[in-house]
Design a protein around this ligand. Structure first.
Ligand code: UDP
Length: 451
């Protein structure tokens, strides 16, 4: 029988925010809710035909179809807010006159104004935080003005329920306040209108961030519901889609998997810097040599827009040992037995995916929450090493080679692998029936069904 509890989910339209909300949508549908995943025009064409039959997709305008000139970040955010507020209101009005009107909107925490739109139309709402709880807590302290910004060079920051953090462990926007003032406002304002919400959903799991989850829970009704990766990767017995279902980039599917099949167990360094980070040309050259000199096999994702930064002829010269692709099915890759470690920018999804699949990491954070994630990867979860930058902020080929070797063949690498497998087990337990994240999700579904 079709469920009468209808819920809308509204992601922020970048890959790292779409993936977790899409997977959470499927989870809600599997628990009996009727789910409409609301995408905006800029990503409409990327929904895969086989995305998921368990949820409905609807597209609303974000005004991007009318944009002619290059926009500043401020203009993009303002346009998005103004257009999506209007088109979301229209979508809700349309659904409100059907037999199964929506009751609730789960919106990306970067879009706090969506709560106002929902409430004006008689719906309730909750933010979905796509970054780890520790980073949310840091932004909350910044919102409370308990952190002096910009952070001072050499300072160390002590906040409740987390280790002491150096300036290079903090989210980049808090010290590099001049470069992205609008994004800084965005992340701090996630807490601007949450006085009376009943839920803050967060893509993490209790045991992974126990102290900070508890601290946040004493201030906010925060619930960890992750890791939001397809169940099939956590439990081979379960049926689920192998992909999230909405790729903004086209993966070189067969090429990657066939190439990995030819490699020995644990012999490949998978390297990716996610969907947004843009590295300098000098840095790309150092990575090239670091990978080559490590003498390991490597699979490196270099997005089309970044290929121009690769050393001349490198693509043609790539040997049997190395494969460069413009995008890959990352979950399937991380799950492949040939993968020995993941050299990563430490985006939160990549971090959670590696933890959940038991893959140790070489951390090379770039910006936003990534430095904090790297700190936890190394010092708290003990599943990786962090590449130290030289005085000019470059990760040199020698340092890259050293770190890769340490994780793939070193004594500490073995320890990291053991720890990774421990986190993999705990991630599975959290999502298993009755596990902490599963219980939180059940509670959410039950409350909605009875409201
Ligand atoms: N991803 C992918 N193929 C790639 C690189 C990344 O499917 O070649 C996915 C990855 O699995 C993750 C997301 O893109 O779910 C990237 O999110 P993350 O938070 O790691 O980084 P961001 O792109 O937001 O910096």
């Amino acid at each position: 029988m079709e469920s009468h509890t209808h819920i809308l989910l509204l992601p922020y339209p970048v890959q790292g925010h779409i993936n977790p909300m899409l997977q959470f949508s499927k989870r809600l549908a599997s628990k009996g809710l009727r789910v409409t995943f609301v995408t905006t025009t800029s990503v409409r064409n990327s929904i895969q035909a086989n995305a998921s039959s368990s949820i409905n997709f609807e597209t609303i305008s974000d005004g991007s179809e009318e944009v002619q000139d290059v926009e500043t970040t401020y203009q993009t955010l303002e346009r998005f807010k103004s257009k999506v507020s209007q088109s979301l209101a229209k979508l809700i009005e349309r659904h409100n006159s059907t037999k199964c009107p929506p009751k609730f909107v789960v919106y990306d925490s970067f879009l706090p104004w969506a709560l106002g739109v929902a409430r004006q139309h008689g719906l309730d709402g909750a933010p979905f935080f796509t970054q780890p709880c520790v980073v949310n807590a840091i932004y909350y302290h910044a919102y409370q003005e308990a952190i002096q910004m910009p952070l001072e060079e050499g300072s160390s920051i002590s906040l409740p329920s987390m280790p002491s953090l150096g300036i290079n462990d903090m989210p980049s926007f808090l010290h590099d306040t001049g470069s992205y003032p609008d994004v800084l406002k965005l992340v701090v304002n996630q807490f601007s209108n949450l006085q009376d919400v009943n839920w803050l959903l967060c893509n993490t799991f209790d045991k992974l961030e126990d102290e900070v989850v508890n601290w946040m829970a004493s201030h906010w009704p925060i619930k960890a519901i992750g890791p939001t990766i397809p169940s099939i990767y956590l439990d081979k017995q379960l049926e689920d889609d192998k992909e999230y279902g909405l790729n903004l980039f086209k993966p070189n599917m067969d090429t990657c998997m066939k190439w990995l099949d030819t490699k020995e167990v644990g012999s490949v360094v998978y390297t990716s810097f996610g969907s947004l980070a843009a590295l300098g040309e000098e840095q790309m050259k150092e990575i090239t040599w670091g990978l080559k000199n490590s003498n390991c096999n490597f699979l490196w994702v270099v997005r089309e827009s970044e290929v121009i930064k690769l050393p001349k002829n490198f693509l043609h010269e790539t040997t049997e040992k190395g494969l460069v692709v413009s995008w890959c099915p990352q979950l399937e890759v991380l799950d492949h037995k040939a993968i020995g470690c993941f050299m990563t920018h430490c985006g939160w999804n990549s971090t959670l995916e590696a933890l959940s699949l038991g893959v140790p990491m070489v951390a090379m954070p770039q910006w936003t929450d990534q430095p904090t994630n790297a700190k936890f990867i190394v010092d708290v979860w003990k599943v990786g090493v962090r590449i130290e930058l030289n005085e000019r902020g470059i990760a040199t080929k020698e340092e890259i080679e050293l770190c890769i070797r340490e994780v793939i063949e070193g004594k500490r690498g073995k320890e990291m692998k053991r720890n990774s497998l421990k986190w993999k087990k705990l991630a599975k337990e959290a999502m298993d029936k009755g596990g902490s994240s599963d219980k939180n999700t059940d509670e959410f579904v039950a409350k909605l069904a009875h409201s």
